[in-house]
Structures are given as structure tokens and as C-alpha cells.
Design a protein around this ligand. Sequence first.
Ligand SMILES: Cc1cc2nc3c(=O)[nH]c(=O)nc-3n(C[C@H](O)[C@H](O)[C@H](O)COP(=O)(O)O)c2cc1C
Length: 359
Amino acid sequence: MTMPEPHQALKTRFCELVGVRYPIIQTGMGWVAGSSLVIATAKAGGLGILASATMSLDELKQQIEEVRSATDAPFGVNLRTDVADIDERVALMVDAKVRVASFAQAPRADLVTQCKEAGLFVMPTVGARRHAEKVAALGVDAVIAQGAEGGGHTGQVPTTLLTSEVVDAVGEDVCVLSAGGWSSGRGLVAALALGADGIAMGTRFLLSSDSQVPDEIKKQYLATSVTGTVVSTRIDGAPQRVVRTDLVDRLEKSSWIRNLPRSLKSAHQFRSESGASLMSLLKEGKAMKEGNELTWSQVVMAANAPVMTKAGLVDGRTDVGVLPTGQVAGVIDEVLSVEKIITSVINEANATLDRLSQR
Ligand SMILES: Cc1cc2nc3c(=O)[nH]c(=O)nc-3n(C[C@H](O)[C@H](O)[C@H](O)COP(=O)(O)O)c2cc1C
């Protein structure tokens, strides 16, 4: 497949600053965005981001090496800022000369400075205007503005409104990548018209043949309608958009107190399986508690969340697991290769820009 020449309007400053051909990001999605997805995105001209939240430090190191050995193209790593070993993770990114540091929440000021001094492009995700203002003041290079229709943890402001608000709020020096609900070239042009420098897509890339999600689960996503998702706080205490399944309906109806013993048991089991000692578990819980001002019961829920997403996305068990998704799953009807996804988005964006300029 030949790589289409992008229309002049698609060659945004983001492409130039990061060194990618197209203004398209494949976001860091826990259990989904591993080296195979990132390599496929890099080879297709987009920016791929490894999701480190569900990897140990050693796994992250190995995945960075895998991407490095497959491509010279730039790529990023997504990090949670409330993990106990955040400093080691940032040091790893700096040592490995990863191009983009993507943060799931607002990073500490000293981490931004450290990354910037090492030449990394710093790009936290924000879900509200005030968060964008906060990270812009720290001197970040870009923000991913994720609107309410987006997958995983999400805010309340729809993507069109949030993108416009954030573009106005962060000033001219900060790039804005619009996320939440995008899957097409028409969407890319719409985001650019709102003032964004590109789009970031999660669900569209989850539903690619290059993601490791089991085929049966991909079918379940494809069968989901735009109204077939729900934002639930019952998974880890923070609002998270997931496919509405029987399990999610049950969690929504039952009280968190009743769910607590189950959460505690499986959180402990998961952490033990991943080799974490009780001491490191407690240290991690404490960092999470302090970073997010959570109660201990919320910490237990949060610690259990990766177990539930792993059960859904890796083991294909929707009876005990959840499927984080954007509403856009409802308009996606085919699993395609990453190359096909990116090529189709660019071809459609080129055609859309031609159509608009001929009117
Ligand atoms: C399965 C899944 C896992 C996700 N995990 C993370 C994560 O670990 N870190 C993060 O910053 N965002 C995470 N997100 C959010 C995405 O990175 C992205 O911002 C969002 O999916 C964009 O919306 P879209 O799905 O409509 O494209 C996740 C989303 C999904 C669907």
C-alpha cells in the first residue's frame, strides 16, 4: 500500500515537531497498546504510544527495545503519574531517548522539566479546560484534549466543545491533539477546523488487526451501538467509559461496599501474579491515594481495575472483566490493519479538503 501524500493543511506543526508524516496519534491504551500496535502505527506514518500503566518497568524496557529494533520512527510512552515508580519510568524514557512523554494525568512540574531538558516532547491528556490551563503553565509542548465520548477514563465535556475550549485556553505555543470519537478523515478535518493540530484515536486502533485484543472481543466491540456504552465509576472510582455488559449493569446497581471484598481479593491476586510484594503494593496504594486524594476503599477499587480490564481485553472474559471503549465503537463496523486505517483517514481527509475548497 503506498502512503498517500497529505494535503498541505494536514502537514501541521505537530508533524514537524515530532517528526511524523501524518497528524494522527495511536494513544496509549492499557493492555492494548503494546509494541506490535506501536510498530504498525510508526510504519504507517502516525505516532504510536506504548501504554505503560499495565506493564512492569522491565516489561516497558523490553517493549521500548522491541519498537526500537523494528523502526527508526519516533514513538511515545504513556504513563500514569500516580505510580510509585514514576521517577524510574521517566528516567527510563529519558535514557532510551523516547520521543514523546504522554501522561494520563497532570505530571509534576519537575518531571516536565526533566523530560524537556532531555529533549522529550511532553504531552499530557486533559479532560477539562482548567486541567489544560494547569499543564500549559508547566510548559508542556502539547495536550491531548479527550472529550466525553472518548474511551477509558473520561470527562464530561464533548470533544467538539473541549477541543475549542482547550485551543483557546492553552495559547499559541502549545499543540492540541483532539481525542474522543474520531475514526475518519472527515473527523480529522473537523478537528483541524476547531483549531487542533491533529487527532488522537484509541478505540479505532483497538479495533485493528494489529492490536492483540482477542477476535471474539473485537466482535463484541463491533456489535456495540453509539448508545451501547456507559460511563461508570464502579470500576476504579473515576468515571470510565466501557461497553455496557451484564457485569457493568450489575456493578452499577450494587453498592461499592458489596464489591469491596471481591476487589480486594482480585487486586491482591493480580499484584502477586505480577511479582509485586505486599510492601510494593502498599507503597503503590499510598502513592495512588496521595496523588488522587482517594479513600483507601477507592484505592482498592483502583488497584483492582487493571484486573478487570485484563480479564476483558486479554483473557476475553466479559463475565468478570470490562471493556473500556469510546462511543465511536458504534460507528466502526470493520477491523482493519493500522496501515489501512491511517491510509483511509488521510485519503478521506484529502478528499474532504478538496470538496470544501471547490464549493
Ligand atoms: C481500552 C482502553 C484503554 C485505555 N487506557 C488508557 C491508558 O492506559 N492511559 C491513558 O492515558 N488513556 C487510556 N485510554 C484513553 C485513550 O488513550 C484515548 O484517549 C481515548 O481512547 C480516545 O477516545 P476514542 O476511544 O474515542 O478514540 C484508554 C482507552 C481505551 C479504549
